[in-house]
Design a protein around this ligand. Structure first.
Ligand code: NDP
Length: 331
């Protein structure tokens, strides 16, 4: 493991807040592949296993720091030590479901961490480019594929926090001239997603039922529809935003919506099983307020960044199941 320190290399230096998460790990790999020196933070680097960085085989290539994002001094110190060309803020309480149980923590951490980074860049007078992880949850229900002009109407504490952070980024860009932008990313999945997310719950549930380790999979509302993409492709879009001439916000999505029961059917079909015989909808798993349809319009990203999603829902499910079964075979 690579701990602390300043950078002596002349390669572009990037600092990723939240490097231990799904997107942080894939982004670190992406930037290392481009020759960048990559620093990353965890709230406590001594306690984090950095399992995702290990799984991608890059834990020794990322320079790791501890940083408490709601503590301005901590954020200031790490940014001052690294003085990066690019900062990516991917750290947050990222579960919509958990945000209903911990709304205050979710709102405080999402908003304050973003403002602390913006303020540190401004205070130090750096020309660092800043990417902030915003979310499709800001839109709430979408009646048609949402683009950057669609007004926000979040339906969870998570979405409210992300919307507030989005406007903080826009304000620092407009008021102080920072190169700061938000990626409004729709759901993106990978084998690095924890099992608390419904997609991994479905993947592992279907595999357990196929292996006769379980008989039933309980889920919430099966009629909701989402725009699911592949996480390694989405981190490429983040890097492209910071390489763009102007700081702008972008919707990153596949442009296709699929119902949750279609995702479930695809997963069970992988094993030749009929999902209807194994899946039950449990009202206890419903959220206080959910989004029925969430779909994005990535046309601006295609036009200005040359980015578009390659994997759609069926390939996402196939990729997740291939990885899950490979893990099970490896033991
Ligand atoms: P993860 O949950 O995998 O990673 C987020 C990281 O943030 C964790 O590894 C953790 O690092 C840190 N973290 C967790 N809770 C807190 C907290 N309360 N305060 C500060 N840091 C915290 O998320 P993803 O990689 O999937 O997502 C990255 C970002 O993109 C997040 O901001 C997420 O909200 C956003 N996003 C994700 C989408 C998706 O589909 N994946 C869609 C749209 C937006 P540690 O424990 O090491 O400190």
């Amino acid at each position: 493991m690579n701990i602390g320190g300043t950078t002596k290399s002349h390669a572009k230096t990037a600092l990723i807040f939240g490097v231990s998460g799904q997107d942080g790990a894939y982004l670190a790999r992406h930037l290392l592949g481009k020759g960048c020196t990559v620093h990353g933070t965890s709230r406590d680097r001594e306690m984090s296993s950095f399992a995702n960085l290990r799984r991608l085989g890059i834990v020794d290539r990322v320079i790791l720091h501890s940083a408490g994002l709601t503590d301005f001094r901590s954020v200031l110190e790490v940014i001052n030590r690294v003085r990066p060309a690019e900062i990516y803020n991917l750290a947050s309480q990222a579960s919509v479901g958990l945000s209903f149980d911990q709304p205050v923590e979710t709102l405080n951490s999402t908003i304050n961490s973003t403002i602390n980074i913006l303020e540190a860049i401004r205070f130090l007078g750096l020309d660092t480019r800043f990417y902030n992880a915003s979310s499709s949850e800001c839109f709430g229900n979408t009646s048609a594929p949402a683009d950057e002009a669609v007004p926000f109407h979040p339906r969870s504490p998570y979405g409210v926090g992300k919307a507030a952070a989005f406007w903080a980024v826009a304000n620092y860009r407009e008021a102080y001239g920072l190169f700061a932008c938000s990626g409004i990313l729709f759901n993106h999945e990978s084998p690095l997603r924890p099992v608390r997310y419904v997609t991994q719950k479905i993947i592992r549930g279907a595999a357990d039922i196929a292996e006769r380790k379980a008989e039933v999979l309980e889920l919430g509302d099966l009629s909701i529809a989402r725009d699911w993409g592949w996480a390694p492709e989405y981190v490429d879009a983040m890097a492209r935003m910071l390489a763009h001439d102007e700081p702008e916000d972008f919707v990153i999505a596949t442009g296709e919506a699929h119902r949750l029961d279609a995702f479930v059917a695809q997963a069970f079909a992988y094993f030749g099983l009929d999902w209807r015989q194994h899946v039950r909808s449990n009202t206890a798993l419903l959220r206080p307020s959910d989004i029925l349809l969430s779909v994005g319009n990535p046309e601006k990203a295609k036009r200005l960044l040359g980015w578009s999603a390659e994997r759609r829902m069926a390939e996402v499910v196939g990729g997740l199941l291939d990885a899950e079964m490979a893990l099970r075979v490896a033991g």
